[in-house]
Design a binder for this molecule. Structure first.
Ligand code: PLP
Length: 391
């Protein structure tokens, strides 16, 4: 079985997925060099933090153009540690967006803060910054800005909205590593802390769970390092109630081998997005708009279709790995009942009910793109056959 290209059907028979969402093997420049390094690390017995993790942290900070990077277990832990390191806890109010991935809101509640939500925009599903401006008050301690789907938010405006009321800004960059802000910086480096995920599904994929947080403030970085390591400042001296959330050495090695690919891979994702978008241009199917002054990294490619579930199942029966991100908005999640604000977030509801994400990966071939588009054209009744598919 070739990785990422097949899965078990419900009858237990192996079916080939013609357009998989991931192709991890294609993401290794030199898997032999990596496996040599992994072997050396295994034999060395140097398994916790140390030189490999430190080197990756330096390379990550260098790539992003910020001073500090702290490797942790996952993007979720990065968010929890970021909020904690900024002193956010019980009694504090934190605002984020209703259509984000579960982990963003989970982190807010995990540190004991009160969750507030704003809706997303109806055109590009990104956090509605006009609503954000209206909802923040002197009681708002932090804003968690989510660069959802890889679309880069106007982070300078968010920082200005936060500063006006004394709120800190955490950037959830789990889906947007490498994106460029309107001011020309990498996402994650403008807010007080940026949080990254290297979950295998993300634009920079580890071979398991991994994450990092980045910042420019030395004491925030120190607190984060202390928190990821059980609150220790030196062996057996614990100053804080921390977590055990250190970036794994083997994952750091995988990430060191792949960090140099981010811009190249994001560029390839943009090319796929351009092919999808030019086909959909006058189809009547809403699809990602170009970002005027920022650099979208197309972690996902959501489109809005009538009879979404029927179209989704048509794609899936044609062995195209399309998905819904995310079918249940934050305020409707069972886990958050009584903890998430009751309210109406109509654009988030609409997005959850009417969009699906087409497969997008750096190595998606023209053949795969054309296949996805022709099945989509059939399922939605857009005149696909009369349109030029990409050569
Ligand atoms: C993936 C993701 C996270 C969490 O990252 P993990 O590494 O899976 O814990 C947080 N926020 C968003 C928006 C994500 O997509």
């Amino acid at each position: 079985m070739k990785l990422g290209t097949s899965e078990e059907s419900t009858e237990g028979k192996e079916i080939v997925i013609r357009v998989p969402r991931y192709n991890y093997v294609a993401q290794f420049d030199d898997i032999d060099a990596l496996t040599d390094d992994l072997r050396t690390a295994l034999v060395s017995g140097d398994y916790i933090l140390g030189e490999t993790v430190r080197s990756f942290e330096e390379e990550l900070a260098g790539f992003l153009g910020c001073r500090y990077a702290v490797g942790v277990n996952s993007g979720t832990d990065a968010l929890i540690i970021a909020l904690h390191a900024l002193g956010i806890g019980p009694g504090d109010e934190v605002v984020t967006v209703a259509n984000t991935f579960h982990a963003t809101a989970l982190a807010v509640l995990r540190v004991g803060a009160t969750l507030r939500l704003v809706d997303c925009r109806s055109d590009d599903y990104s956090m509605d910054l006009d609503q954000l401006e209206e909802i923040v008050t002197e009681k708002t301690s932090a804003i968690v800005a989510v660069h959802l789907f890889g679309r880069v938010l106007d982070i300078d405006r968010i920082v200005a909205i936060g500063s006006a009321v004394g709120a800190r800004v955490v950037e959830d960059c789990a889906q947007a590593i490498g994106g460029i802000t309107p001011g020309g910086s990498r996402v994650g480096t403008i807010g007080d802390v940026g949080c990254l995920s290297f979950h295998p599904s993300k634009n920079l994929a580890a071979a398991g769970d991994a994450g990092a947080l980045v910042c420019n403030d030395a004491s925030t970085a120190d607190r984060a390092r202390c928190l990821r390591n059980l609150g220790q400042v030196e062996q057996n001296r614990h100053e804080r109630i921390g977590l055990n959330s250190k970036l794994d050495v083997l994952q750091a090695l995988v990430l060191r081998h792949k960090i140099g690919r981010i811009d190249r891979d994001n560029q390839s994702r943009r090319q796929v997005a351009r092919a999808y978008s030019s086909f959909l241009a006058d189809s009547g199917i809403p699809h990602p708009l170009p970002n005027p002054h920022t650099d979208h990294v197309f972690h996902l490619y959501p489109i809005e279709v009538r009879e979404r579930d029927r179209v989704l199942s048509a794609l899936r029966s044609a062995e195209i790995d399309a998905v819904v991100r995310y079918p249940i908005p934050i305020h409707r999640q069972e886990a958050f009942r009584g903890r998430a604000p009751v309210g109406l977030f109509p654009c988030s509801e609409h997005q959850a009910a009417n969009t699906l994400c087409l497969p997008i990966r750096p190595d998606l071939s023209h053949h795969e793109i054309n296949y996805v588009l022709s099945v989509l054209a059939d399922a939605t009744g857009i005149p696909g056959t009369r349109k030029e598919l990409i050569p």
